[in-house]
Design a protein around this ligand. Structure first.
Ligand code: FAD
Length: 188
């Protein structure tokens, strides 16, 4: 079995829906399908979405990578696909991931600042910059709390599931319930 790796850049064709937390819905659907298919094909890699652009890296069995890329190329959710890397690979460099997603843009913003780039435009990345992006994806370990590219939540910060107002309401409701049980019990 021969291995290969592939990276490309493309432009999203959909209007990104504003999301406060979580992943942009179109991207979330792409990730869901990718994770299902790539796990079956033992493909690993990652996807970054920002500034209406995609950067994706894939590695695995050559046939599986090529089959997947053929499907990706036909997908109408993006256009102007530019192949950045397409070459044989001696051994896998990712482990345990079917499709990583870079959830926080801070790393990428730092990378763009370092490189003196004003915006995320992976189609114009040099090969060094591609390798840096792949490293960012490889080293990203925050996949459980997927967030969109505009999410400013800091690394390690727990996601806010309930607002503080809702928490107070729940405590008050709990106290009222306990009070009602105590009063009800004393009347029996
Ligand atoms: P299906 O069962 O045909 O579709 C899965 C879901 O995706 C369905 O809910 C369907 O409604 C939705 N969907 C499919 N195509 C479209 C479309 N054109 N517009 C809107 N919704 C659609 N696939 C992978 O397998 N691995 C990848 O790594 C991968 N990366 C991708 C990266 C990008 C940037 C994009 C745009 C797509 C990527 N895809 C990837 C998706 C790929 O293009 C195909 O849609 C997918 O592989 C089809 O797989 P399927 O036949 O199992 O899915």
């Amino acid at each position: 079995m021969s291995l290969m790796r592939l990276a490309y850049a493309s432009e999203a064709t959909f209007d990104a829906k504003p999301v406060e937390k979580g992943v942009e819905p179109h991207v979330a659907r792409i990730l869901m399908t990718s994770r299902k298919n790539n796990a079956k094909d033992q493909l690993v890699g990652g996807l970054y979405y920002g500034n209406d652009r995609f950067f994706q890296y894939l590695e695995g069995d050559e046939d599986a990578v090529r089959r997947t890329y053929d499907r990706i190329l036909k997908d109408e959710r993006h256009r102007n696909v530019v192949t950045l890397i397409e070459e044989p690979l001696s051994s896998r460099t990712f482990s345990n991931w079917s499709m990583k997603y870079v959830p926080l843009s801070r790393d990428v913003r730092n990378f763009l600042d370092e490189q003196g780039l004003e915006s995320f435009d992976p189609a114009s990345f040099t090969s060094d910059q591609c390798e840096r992006m792949i490293d960012l994806i490889r080293n990203s370990s925050h996949d459980q709390n997927l967030a969109n590219h505009d999410n400013r939540q800091s690394v390690g910060e727990a996601p806010q599931v309930l607002s503080s107002g809702m928490k107070v309401s729940l405590i008050v409701a709990g106290l009222v319930l306990v009070g009602a049980l105590v009063i009800g019990g004393s009347m029996l």
